[in-house]
Design a protein around this ligand. Sequence first.
Ligand code: COA
Length: 208
Amino acid sequence: MKITVREEEERDYRRSEEIIREAFSYPGRIERGGIGCPSEHWMVHELRKRDGAGIRLVAEADGVPAGYVACSRAQILVGDTDALPVVNIGPIGVLPEYQRKGIGKALFHAVLERAAETGWGAVMFFGRPEYCPQLGFVEAGTYGVSDRFGEISPAFLCRELKEGYLSAARGGRFFDSDIYDEKRHREEIRTFDRQFAAEEANGAREAR
Ligand SMILES: CC(C)(COP(=O)(O)OP(=O)(O)OC[C@H]1O[C@@H](n2cnc3c(N)ncnc32)[C@H](O)[C@@H]1OP(=O)(O)O)[C@@H](O)C(=O)NCCC(=O)NCCS
């Protein structure tokens, strides 16, 4: 299987959202989100309008779009005044039938490359701790950074892109875009998801 990663184009928009919706519809995820539907496809949609970091990538497997990632702008607030910009990775997802074949890794590598090329100093995000060692991510707590509530956790990850960039972040708190707050946007997300659910239902009906 040949994996290629490229910039998202307008013709990909809907498919990218579908990929992310499917990737995040795994058992238990929707229940945990607590709003009755996945929310990450709405985040993808919203990131094109605001808070994006200019990194939106599609992964193809033998020419078929199978994975997607978008990034957003975030910052670490240190003390009362200093804000250190960082790039936040996510949502990132791979269609269930294509998972564990290296597509996720290819997307992460491409994000790190693009972010470094465009001058970002570090990436910081909430993700899967399984990725830590292979991709050079470490817990953000290693650099003395906590989330906006002052907490650290194994899922709160980061990687410097410029050596020493995060040394100025010690004692800081991480603030990401409010698009990741699914409870706050629950009504918008539900309305957005209804189109996908209706299309899915139509597709299932036609297939019968
Ligand atoms: C997480 C996700 C993007 C990974 O994509 P993927 O294409 O399956 O990942 P890869 O095949 O590139 O795997 C990369 C490495 O991550 C680790 N990994 C990936 N999925 C894992 C899992 N479910 N459990 C444990 N380790 C896992 C493995 O160590 C793997 O390395 P290996 O090839 O040496 O085993 C994909 O599983 C997905 O879309 N999940 C649902 C959405 C999600 O949770 N996204 C948030 C991610 S922060």
